[in-house]
Design a protein around this ligand. Sequence first.
Ligand SMILES: Cc1cc2nc3c(=O)[nH]c(=O)nc-3n(C[C@H](O)[C@H](O)[C@H](O)COP(=O)(O)OP(=O)(O)OC[C@H]3O[C@@H](n4cnc5c(N)ncnc54)[C@H](O)[C@@H]3O)c2cc1C
Ligand code: SF4
Length: 475
Amino acid sequence: MADPHGFLRVHREQPSERSIDTRLGDYHEFVEEPSDESVRKQASRCMDCGIPFCHQGCPLGNLIPEWNDLVYRGRLDEAVERLHTTNNFPEVTGRICPAPCEASCVLNIDNAPVSIKTVERHLASYAMEQGLRPVIATQQRGQRVAIVGSGPAGLAAAQQLCRQGYQVTVFEKDDRVGGLLRYGIPDFKLEKHIVDARIEQMRTEGVVFNTGVLIGRDISIEDFRHNFDAVILCGGARKPRELDIPGRQSSGIYPAMLYLEQQNRFNAGDRIDADQRIDAHGKNVIVIGGGDTGSDCVGTANRQGAKHVLQLEIMPRPPDHRSDQNPWPEWPMILRTSSSHREGCERQWSLMSKRFEHIDGQLTGLSVVDVAFANGVLIEREESTRILPADLVFLAMGFVGPDADDLLGQWGVSCAPNGNIITTREGSTNVSGVFAAGDMSRGQSLVVWAIADGRRVAAGVDVFLQKTSLAECSV
Ligand SMILES: Cc1cc2nc3c(=O)[nH]c(=O)nc-3n(C[C@H](O)[C@H](O)[C@H](O)COP(=O)(O)OP(=O)(O)OC[C@H]3O[C@@H](n4cnc5c(N)ncnc54)[C@H](O)[C@@H]3O)c2cc1C
Ligand code: SF4
């Protein structure tokens, strides 16, 4: 146990952040690295509960009380080793995980959980400072695994299988590796050199990355059958939910992902033609959709110097506190205010978008109406219809499944009515030798779940390959 009296003596603290004025001037991360001593103090608050509920909260089953104890005792190398036992990319989760572990920490019963994510991030930073040492497989198995998609699910599966001695090739349709870590999540939440360092470690371990290859178009199923013993589909769930209302064709309306990807590319030094550039500078911006993707658009628009940013949500405003129906250790269904919201954003709830207003095809506003739910039925309050000024609108209403109809059709992989690939717990699809993991089978979720799925599917592939291989199956 870290310190039997730690939670009585030490208050929960979060790392400091760069001032809003400063951080809006660039795209660098805004969370500052805490000192070793302050993290040691935070770790001392862990009570090493007999039943660690944080394990239930963390999809990876991270050994949280163990590394808290080691951090408290200053044994950082051992703590890092424990952390990597269950988590391939703690430098990512330590930055952008919403930390369900903290929601289920016993200390969260009175709302001051152990700063688990801060400890995780600090350990991950320490590991990166020391240099991520490659873990080379002690034996080679000779069987080949193809992974489609290089997001966190594909990367976790690749690293696990490579370390077990399989020959792993990751195919990625984009020009760079990383999936949404690279082209979705903004740099101010996750700088890309963090992703690059891990990719470099994986290359050294033996993973082969093949970018700019769209599976379903560039490589035939026959090629896969001849060249690989198993395939894991980790293509994500990027099909955006559309908003098919009058005026949708006006210029100035963009899917959120187009905007976020472009800014990430711009930050990476890619050339964006001036007429293609989406720039919120000096504009009235409306983000439709109250979730995390919308919040990332808010943060990006503020960094570009938007005049005003408004985020709209059709659902009612969530409560400030847990309801009796949502007790600890469940994930609290409460109002969340992100760092991007704190940087400057008006938020409105219970609003439905009715029409994009425009002059000669150029967006000028958004017509909205107040809505309420009565017995599960959405009721519009017509008298409340009004027009909100808008020069730019970002559509961030979520995703409706994998954007891979061709691929899935060709491979004959069964999908659920919501479009997600149906798998067993081990990640196996209806096609023998073909597995799936991450958002492609789970639906748009979290990085921590993608890593957990990637690890689970790797274990499933390992079991499968010890018995058979794709070449022997009909794909
Ligand atoms: C804007 C945004 C912000 C987010 N922020 C957070 C956050 O802060 N914290 C958090 O925990 N989660 C966040 N998420 C969710 C998280 O990013 C995803 O749950 C996670 O990335 C899913 O990982 P994945 O590997 O399943 O898929 P992805 O990361 O989507 O990767 C799939 C990869 O497959 C490639 N691909 C697809 N089809 C093919 C094909 N046919 N051939 C070759 N390659 C293909 C794609 O190009 C992509 O690189 C966010 C999501 C979005 C959209
Ligand atoms: S990965 Fe997320 S849930 Fe798990 S310990 Fe880290 S912050 Fe908590």
